[in-house]
Design a protein around this ligand. Sequence first.
Ligand code: UD1
Length: 338
Amino acid sequence: MKILLTGGAGFIASHTCVELIEAGHEVVIVDNYVNSQPEAVRRVEEIVGKSIRVYEADVCDKAAMNRIFDENAIDAVIHFAGLKAVGESVQIPLTYYRNNLDSTLTLCETMAAHGCKNLVFSSSATVYGVPDEVPLREDMFCKGCTNPYGWTKYMIERILEGVVNADPEWSVVLLRYFNPIGAHASGRIGEDPNGIPNNLMPYITKVAAGQLKQLTVFGDDYNTHDGTGVRDYIHVVDLAKGHVKACDYAAGHKGCEIVNLGTGVGYSVLDLVKTFQRVNNIDLPYVIGPRRAGDVDACFADPRKAREVLGWEATKTLDDMCRDAWNWQSHNPKGYKA
Ligand code: UD1
């Protein structure tokens, strides 16, 4: 299949690009590089030994999107493009709603006009909000999100369900990611956040590299085995392979499916810190600080539906995730800017 990746230069997208091409698909990328680097695509090309057609454009730009669909016979789209910083979304909510919703609407209109109706969407476990119970199942009622970023993911899911209801020719897979970490085993592509990282693993790798003084563990009084927050960390390469399965599924079915991509196993902040230190034989200074607003005790997936519907399950361990994250960081101290 010829698959368009919106936001194709990003962390999860770049890894997905490698897996799609290695599975025999052809990839076209559109990215405005607002939160990514062209170098990421160059490195993907280096890994797979093939060149990739890239358009530097905004997905909200209807004329540019039309041109991409006119110039390429796109069979399916994976929609990664979107603003994704939780804290920033609280500061500038209108920018988040405008960008994330507008880009999705423009994309779907362009797809429909070109008769392309297979779509995989990058959603997030954030749509579950504050869960009443774990593990989280796709059919659980979402009681509301805790920030505008999460609401954009929730709203886009509902918009896409509406599109499928109105036109049963569409095939949409809504992938709810848990916490993607790690990097490609080559150490050539990985996560490269702007500025000081908000998320745990990129913060840990910057502390390990000596670029940040110490990690602050946000709270040790949660209702978990060691008091620190529990999450479902998933290796980004496992996640990327889940997208390949989702594309295959979308091509052979109609309708809309919501699918969790997680391991089903929760690890605490301190589990991650200890594993990182052991696997990489590196010291990681940390202090216990107060809770971060909006954080929940525990969040992990029920991964059964992904197995049943997509025939996919995560295979990599927390050791793999810690080793590969450090391999990327230590070989690319300044990310793609090095
Ligand atoms: C966050 C977002 C989620 C988003 C995801 C991926 C919130 C509430 N959720 O998930 O919507 O989809 O990122 O971008 O922001 N931690 C520390 N110290 C740190 C950083 C994190 O102790 O410096 C802890 C957190 O309290 C949490 C765990 O590490 O228990 C994971 O945090 P993080 O990596 O930010 O992911 P989430 O908060 O789960």
